[in-house]
Design a protein around this ligand. Structure first.
Ligand code: 48F
Length: 264
């Protein structure tokens, strides 16, 4: 078969922009393709919602790829194991209640479950701002402002583009970038005790894991926080390379948003 380079280019451009155009009005936009964001996207797409993840890096997986200190094995406790089982990710029992999984298998399988369920992942895209509007008398997040990561890294003066969403999830990990931007640029209060970001505390895996799930919730109208960002937002601890809380947080945020979307 003869191969025409321009047809290859046309195929990429046409298909990419079909995918992008179908993501301009999302049910749920997710920022960050770490374990919590990937799990949330999978669970929402399974229910038929139009979901996309925006990830700054070329690679998806966030902190899951590297296990602990780049020893690429993750640990999952009893409570989160069923999610790995459901995804078809093999686990090994290490001690009572502690399971290991290969970090590469866990990341690629979660990404595969998500994308095959219909999630659109836009890697190399950074979310640099949100859009706020007054809806039914209250200020609410109604969209995200997105730029290409290479533009961001090069410091080029190029304007971003905008995507609307019914709900937004900040799953950007330790830096909780979306929420930081929201409160830096707008005179608004979060649904936290102080109305501000409470801030992450030092390592305490047992408490942190439980808190990750409790802290996965709506933090501002239209904006949910999940994963490590939830603990940083509500003032809890970090937990290191144990991932049950991240997976369970993804499931919880998907359920909470599903309740809201299905009531409307
Ligand atoms: O940090 P990350 O893996 O998030 P997570 O789902 O999982 C945390 C664990 O990996 C680990 C832990 C805590 O000790 O157990 O840290 O909470 O993934 C966050 C992703 O968000 C991307 C970032 O590149 C990473 O892949 N990200 C961060 N800010 C932005 C972003 C942004 N503004 N736009 C797009 N992507």
């Amino acid at each position: 078969m003869a191969i025409d380079e321009v047809v290859i280019t046309e195929a990429i451009a046409t298909t990419f922009f079909e995918k992008f155009r179908s993501s301009l009005n999302l049910d749920v936009a997710i920022v960050g393709a770490g374990p919590s964001g990937l799990t949330a996207s999978w669970k929402l797409a399974e229910k038929g919602y139009n979901v996309a993840i925006f990830e700054r890096k070329l690679s998806i997986g966030g902190g899951m790829w590297g296990g602990g200190m780049m020893w690429n094995i993750i640990v999952v406790q009893e409570e989160g194991k069923h999610i790995l089982d459901e995804a078809g990710i093999p686990t090994k029992k290490f001690k009572e209640g502690y399971y290991t999984a290969d970090a590469i298998t866990a990341t690629t399988t979660l990404a595969s479950k998500a994308t095959l369920a219909g999630v659109k992942i836009f890697n190399c895209m950074s979310v640099e701002d949100v859009m706020l509007r007054v809806v039914d008398g209250e200020k609410r997040v109604t969209g995200i402002v997105v730029n290409s990561s290479p533009i961001e890294i090069a410091g080029l003066h190029v304007d971003p583009v905008v995507i609307k969403c019914k709900f937004l999830i900040d799953s950007t990990g330790h830096d909780l970038e979306v929420i930081n931007t929201l409160i830096r640029k707008n005179d608004v209060r979060l649904l936290t005790p102080s109305g501000k970001i409470e801030g992450e505390k030092s390592m305490w895996a047992e408490i942190a894991e439980a808190h990750t799930i409790e802290n996965t919730k709506e933090v501002f109208p239209g904006l949910y926080v999940a994963g490590m960002a939830a603990n940083a937002c509500f003032g809890s601890y970090r937990m290191g390379p144990i991932f049950g809380g991240m997976l369970l947080s993804g499931v919880k945020v998907a359920e909470e948003i599903h309740k809201k979307l299905s009531n409307k």
